[in-house]
Design a protein. Structure first.
Length: 451
């Protein structure tokens, strides 16, 4: 059997893809402008806009979203009467964390051990390149058979909701028959996967105050209420003895009935240290895809180096709660805030502030688009069938799009398989996965147009 021309074309374009991803990764496009210059994000947005113009997109625009960032939009017309497909990715990235812990500089795409390392290489600048590769392969083999809209978000990692609010204010902009979100990932390398559910999330900042100012721990300790100790008590109340999340009134016993995640494989993927137990009950898939999970993201308190013998007057923490499908994130936020207030000891003054929120998502996997994607992935990954998995993370835009366009079919694919280590140091992308998923997306667009 002769090679598929789409696959051949994508293979021939991989050197260009690597060069483009190198350029895109070089932008320090972290949408936290207290840490990184806004100019870096603006430069990345302009790079994406220029790439769309080069591919013949019309109406290319930098959209100023309400959170102070920019999303990039473009429209590529297809044949008359063809369906419209919206392709999504984001060009903003997580901070690199400890740059010294990276084996190579985080903003320099570096090839090592068969993978390309760099912040955003998989999440989700690689998704931008995947969409470009798929469209180029179709243009070289008869043309793009659908109308295509592309939207590249500029603040997805911050959870500030800029694009969601912009879409709500301009609902006609992103209308589509099918939406492909390129910000998920295969269950593991070589296993073609669509993500059928996403947990939602809420971010809550907790502030505890007990004294007008810090006190000498020898003179006052033992009777003076310690704000840091009170905060520790509050945070501990959010976990059961086995480590599972316990928020008063929030259900945490749902089961996952799809693809399962073997515990040994999870321990390896998560790099759990020898002798350290996993937390929670049920299967791993239950815990990370179907149940709530609370995480303490940060605590404001004195560092060990330089600490003085003082009773602390104030302490703060930032808490993330992942909200499973079937649970309303607004209600979960209220329950979390009520739990924190109820479990604050000693009459300490406590304030909670919600600073980010996104609803969970569940896709309709019985739609024609899923049938077309299953066929396309089967061809792009010979001998493999498309799998359905959940994702513990959140893509708040999914629910916004599902609400605005209830008839649209939404599929989630992408490059963030476990080895990619997204959000961690040494993030990387598999070039083989980039190649195969680009082929799959191109074949999907062709099959979907013919369905």
């Amino acid at each position: 059997m002769s090679p598929d021309p789409i696959a051949e074309t994508v293979a021939s374009l991989m050197p260009k893809a690597k060069a483009e991803l190198t350029e895109l990764v070089a932008f320090k496009s972290v949408a936290d402008f207290e840490q990184f210059p806004k100019s870096e994000s603006e430069a990345a947005a302009n790079w994406v806009a220029d790439a769309l113009r080069t591919e013949g997109f019309e109406d290319v625009a930098l959209l100023d979203t309400p959170d102070g960032t920019q999303s990039v939009y473009g429209f590529l017309p297809g044949p008359e009467g063809a369906p419209t497909v919206l392709l999504y990715a984001h060009y903003d990235v997580q901070p690199p964390l400890d740059e010294a812990a990276w084996a190579t500089p985080p903003f320099e795409l570096t090839e090592r051990d068969g993978r390309w390392f760099g912040r955003g290489s998989a999440d989700c600048k690689g998704g931008v390149i995947m969409h470009l590769l798929a469209l180029r392969a179709l243009k070289a083999n008869g043309g793009v058979p659908v109308h295509v809209k592309v939207i590249a978000e500029g603040s997805e990692e911050q959870g500030t909701g800029g694009l969601e609010r912009y879409a709500e204010e301009h609902p006609e902009l992103l209308t589509a028959d099918t939406i492909v979100i390129g910000d998920a990932g295969n269950f593991r390398v070589g296993t073609p996967t669509v993500t059928s559910t996403l947990r939602g999330m809420t971010l809550v900042r907790v502030s505890v105050d007990t004294l007008e100012g810090n006190l000498h721990s020898g003179q006052f300790g033992g009777a003076a209420p310690d704000a840091l100790a009170a905060l520790v008590r509050v945070l501990d109340s959010l976990r059961a003895e086995d480590g599972s999340t316990t928020v008063d009134g929030l259900t945490g016993d749902a089961d996952w009935d799809g693809l399962q995640y073997e515990e040994a494989a999870f321990r390896k993927d998560a790099k759990v240290l020898d002798g350290v137990e996993l937390i929670g009950g049920g299967t791993v898939a239950d815990r990370i895809w179907a149940r709530p999970a609370v995480t303490v993201l940060g605590i404001d308190c004195p560092p060990v180096v330089g600490a003085t013998p003082s009773v602390q007057a104030a302490a703060r923490a930032l808490i993330s709660l992942r909200v499973p499908p079937g649970v309303d994130a607004v209600e979960a936020t209220k329950l979390l805030q009520a739990h924190i207030e109820a479990h604050t000891p000693w009459g300490a003054q406590v304030r909670t502030e919600q600073i980010g929120q996104g609803q969970p998502f569940r896709a309709d996997t019985a739609s024609p688009a899923y049938a077309a994607m299953a066929e396309a992935m089967g061809e792009a990954y010979p001998g493999e069938e498309m799998q359905y998995a959940g994702q513990g993370g959140s893509i708040p835009l999914c629910n916004t799009l599902a609400s605005l366009y209830p008839e649209a079919e939404i599929l989630l694919i992408g490059l963030s398989e476990p080895e990619a280590q997204i959000h961690a140091v040494n993030e990387s992308v598999s070039p083989e996965e980039l190649e195969r998923l680009s082929v799959a997306e191109a074949l999907f667009l062709r099959k979907y147009a013919a369905s």
